[in-house]
Ligand binder design. Structure first.
Ligand code: NAI
Length: 510
């Protein structure tokens, strides 16, 4: 909480709902005098009280001093007309998400505020350029996109519209830092950074579910235990509720003119229509009792008297560590070029499904299973084994028992190009790469925005670099082969860096 001279001394918050209150709180904490204005009578006073109550709780917990509490409180002023905002240096709009209402508001403001005043919108889905289009001076207008709850979500997108003057973004960036937030700079494009980069996680999980690869809960468990996500995609959709998340998926898809990478799913459309919205209605992808998620039971690993010998494909990803794991389990490992007639054949492809690998390598599909080793085994809490439509039940049970021998959780799923984690991670990295290719933001800001805004364990490009851009590229190319879907076509950013063997963070000169 900086107490230096704030970049904007007088800030007006228009719309004092959830977002307006949060933004007003951090503006006042950074030293600005804050006007609160809302068209609903009494709303500004209610907001003022709510923010003061928040400071009182913070003081009780010794997060701020009593002196700070009273200093901050004295900085909040309820305004009862737009005219009362005339001496503001910065006006932040956080009203209803409607283009016509926002445009009308800014047109009125233009004739009220002084010529140096900066005007910003907190919109999450409308075009900043389009809101500014009706202004006489669009150069002073920008997007300033915070996340809910504002004081805790310490990232803000600073968005330049087509006509925004660079100095405006620089001032907003400096002010963000004074508020203790990390600013990231974005071009005015649908979803800006965070809501755009977040497309890969949900839509690919929905595609996996729509192929009946496994149930929703397994997809969640796998992505949490293998890739380190805090919430699985279906848990996340249950929390945000489908009346919020499905329209966002549709909106971004259409705004990018039906780009296949963002294609939504009938699964969420149908659940939305049926009112199965998520936790807030007690039923979503999970059932909730007394507000608690009910987890479906997991199948225990089968007990097998005698495991078959195991043969590992010469082309398996992380083959040396896979062989080490099998050695540690104490099973018989076949070392000949081709498997015996009894062997369980283990393949570990990137992007390809088990069926394709079994056919390509002339293996008996009845005895062939796949294991996902995109992430090193030692960094994961769960192994994922995929069967194929011809896999014999005894072989699938043996594989399950085998890979659970050291007590690690194992999920057995149906055949899927790229299992679960590969598909989802490759999509996240690909979408992020294409955002860099489009110059929507810098690679650094992309990673920062996604880790702070979405809580991912790594930024998308960091994921790509850790796992190897060449491996992600191979995964995507193979996914495209398996599914014939343009959705998986690699972005030129990833294609070039993967082929050259260089970091996904590397920009091209000049
Ligand atoms: P909210 O419904 O809690 O608050 C909106 C407030 O604006 C209400 O108090 C309403 O009375 C007032 N209002 C409506 N029209 C007005 C007008 N013409 N002039 C003055 N006040 C007016 O909404 P919330 O959630 O605070 O969102 C506000 C804006 O922030 C929206 O544009 C939304 O897209 C954006 N946003 C919301 C996020 C969220 O998670 N809720 C995240 C990021 C952005």
């Amino acid at each position: 909480m900086s107490e230096t001279q704030p970049e904007f001394k007088k800030v007006a918050l228009i719309g004092t709902g959830a977002m307006g209150q949060g933004i007003a709180q951090i503006c006042a904490q950074s030293g600005s005098l804050v006007y609160l204005f809302d068209t609903r009578p009494g709303a500004a006073e209610e907001a003022q009280k709510a923010i003061k109550d928040q400071w009182s709780r913070m003081a009780q917990k010794s997060k701020i001093t009593e002196d700070q509490q009273s200093t901050f409180s004295a900085r909040l002023i309820s305004a009862h007309s737009l005219e009362a905002l005339s001496d503001a240096d910065l006006v932040i709009e956080a009203i209803v998400e409607r283009m016509d209402v926002k445009r009308e508001l800014f047109s009125k403001l233009e004739s009220i505020v002084n010529s140096a005043c900066v005007l910003v919108t907190n919109t999450s889905s409308l075009s900043v350029t389009a809101i500014a289009a009706s202004l006489k001076v669009p150069g002073r207008f920008a997007g300033f996109h915070f996340f809910n709850p504002v004081p805790l979500m310490k990232v803000v997108e600073v968005i330049a519209g087509l006509k925004t003057v660079p100095l405006v973004c620089e001032r907003l960036t400096a002010y963000s830092r004074q508020m203790g937030h990390t600013p990231v700079r974005a071009l005015d494009t649908p979803g800006f950074i965070v809501n755009h980069a977040g497309r890969g996680y949900l839509t690919e999980a929905l595609r996996i579910a729509s192929e009946s690869v496994c149930d929703f809960a397994t997809i969640d468990l796998v992505l949490k235990d293998q890739a380190g996500f805090r919430l699985g995609p279906f848990e996340l959709m249950d929390l945000t509720a489908l009346d919020v998340s499905h329209p966002v998926m549709e909106s971004i898809y259409h705004q990018y003119y039906e780009e296949t990478r963002y294609r939504p799913s009938y699964i969420t459309a149908q659940r939305l229509a049926g009112g199965v919205l998520g936790k807030k209605v007690g039923e979503g992808f999970y059932k909730y009792e007394n507000n608690l998620k009910q987890n479906p039971p997991e199948a225990p690993a089968p007990v097998i008297d005698k495991l078959p010998p195991v043969w590992v494909s010469a082309r398996a990803a992380r083959r040396a560590s896979l062989l080490q794991m099998l050695k540690h389990f104490g099973v018989v490992i076949e070392t000949a070029a081709a498997p015996s007639n009894e062997a369980l054949c283990v393949v570990a492809p990137l992007g390809l499904d088990v069926t394709t690998v079994a056919i390509l390598e002339r293996l008996d599909p009845a005895r062939t299973v796949g294991i996902d080793l995109l992430f090193p085994d030692e960094s994961t809490k769960r192994r994922v084994i995929a069967t194929n439509p011809a896999t014999r039940e005894d072989m699938s049970r043996s594989a399950h028992a085998l890979f659970a021998m050291d007590g690690k959780a194992v999920s057995v799923i149906r055949d899927s190009g790229g299992f679960i984690t590969q598909r989802v991670i490759a999509n996240i990295v690909n979408i992020a790469s294409d955002m860099c290719q489009q110059s929507i933001c810098s690679p650094e800001d992309l990673n920062t925005a996604v880790t702070l805004g979405l809580g991912y364990p790594s930024g998308p490009l960091q994921f790509g670099d850790q796992l190897g851009p060449d491996n992600i590229l191979e995964t995507l190319m193979n996914l495209q082969t398996v599914y014939g879907d343009q959705r998986y076509r690699p972005s030129p950013w990833l294609r070039r860096r993967g082929a050259l063997g260089i970091s996904l963070m590397q920009r091209e000169q000049p």
